[in-house]
Design a protein around this ligand. Structure first.
Ligand SMILES: NC(=O)c1ccc[n+]([C@@H]2O[C@H](COP(=O)([O-])OP(=O)(O)OC[C@H]3O[C@@H](n4cnc5c(N)ncnc54)[C@H](O)[C@@H]3O)[C@@H](O)[C@H]2O)c1
Length: 268
């Protein structure tokens, strides 16, 4: 069997972790194309042997079986619709972008018309299967708390008059629903958006964002209460050894999703 072709959109922290893991796989292994604008500084980081793709026309010609977005919200708005229109499955990392109702409805419409599919990974999160199973519960209460150290919220703290270096007590930066959270902190609230899409929708997920000087890493606490039972999970993600700014698990989640996509056995 020939190697499977995958197109990555973007080549930053996450794709930079994912690509070597994919290239190390054998039987049949993967061949990678990377969509980056010609002027992108990330182009120099793309490993030899991967095809550099300048636009969606070149992506189409590369002939991927699946597209993986790891580039950010702009790519979800611009490149993902074009890939879906080609009838391709697209694994979207920047799930927070989907809080924009018009964007999400447009992507779904395009996918339905072309035979493309929108695939959403669990990313930095866990327990999505449980949340999906209880999404219609009549008594459902779903809460998500993000705990990150001051280094992750430097600018936000300064804006509020706190000194990140001397912060002694936790500061609650946000309380509200997942739609407001994703709109307020689009780069940081992919997890809240993933919970909303797996579960009862953006308006019904309660979100708290806490900057905590005692936090050991980026932690996600999820609480579910409903007639089917309760779930309490707390996940603390380790930074990637190659880039401390990104959670290592995100690239592993994408790898698992890609392997699941091609597997004859699917865990849902
Ligand atoms: N689902 C999750 O749990 C989760 C967790 C962390 C990050 N994310 C998402 O993943 C995205 C990527 O994360 P990262 O840490 O690798 O970011 P990064 O900033 O390190 O890398 C982004 C890469 O995308 C490229 N890029 C930007 N806009 C592009 C476009 N329009 N077309 C093609 N390439 C483009 C950049 O040049 C860069 O190579 C984030 O923006 C975030 O939305 C999701």
């Amino acid at each position: 069997m020939s190697r499977r072709r995958i197109a990555l959109i973007g080549f930053g922290s996450i794709a930079g972790d994912l690509a070597p893991a994919l290239l190390a796989r054998t039987a049949p292994g993967y061949e990678l194309g990377v969509l980056l604008p010609p002027e992108s500084e990330s182009r120099v980081r793309v490993p030899e042997g991967c095809a550099l793709l300048a636009d969606c026309e070149e992506l189409r010609a590369f002939g991927p079986e699946i597209v993986v977005e790891a580039a950010g919200h702009e790519a979800v708005r611009k490149s993902v619709p074009q890939c879906l229109a080609l009838g391709l499955p697209v694994l979207i990392s920047s799930i927070g972008a989907l809080h924009d109702e018009a964007l999400f409805a447009g992507l779904v419409k395009t996918a339905k018309a072309s035979g493309g599919r929108i695939l959403l990974p669990s990313g930095a999160l866990g327990g999505v299967d449980y949340v999906r199973a209880v999404r219609d519960a009549t008594s459902l209460a779903l809460r998500y708390e993000s705990h990150k150290p001051p280094a992750a919220w430097r600018e936000e703290l300064v804006k509020r008059g706190h000194d990140p270096a001397t912060l002694a007590e936790p500061v609650t930066l946000f309380r509200g629903n997942a739609r407001e959270a994703a709109a307020t902190y689009p780069l940081n609230l992919n997890v809240a958006a993933a919970l909303a899409l797996a579960g009862p929708g953006f308006e019904k997920v309660e979100v708290a964002v806490i900057c905590d000087p005692a936090a050991r890493g980026n932690s996600h606490a999820i609480t579910v209460d409903c007639e089917y039972g309760t779930m309490r999970t707390e996940i603390t993600n380790a930074p990637s050894p190659s880039n401390p700014k990104t959670s290592w698990i995100v690239s592993r989640s994408l790898l698992a999703a890609i392997e699941q996509y091609f597997s004859p056995v699917m865990m849902l």
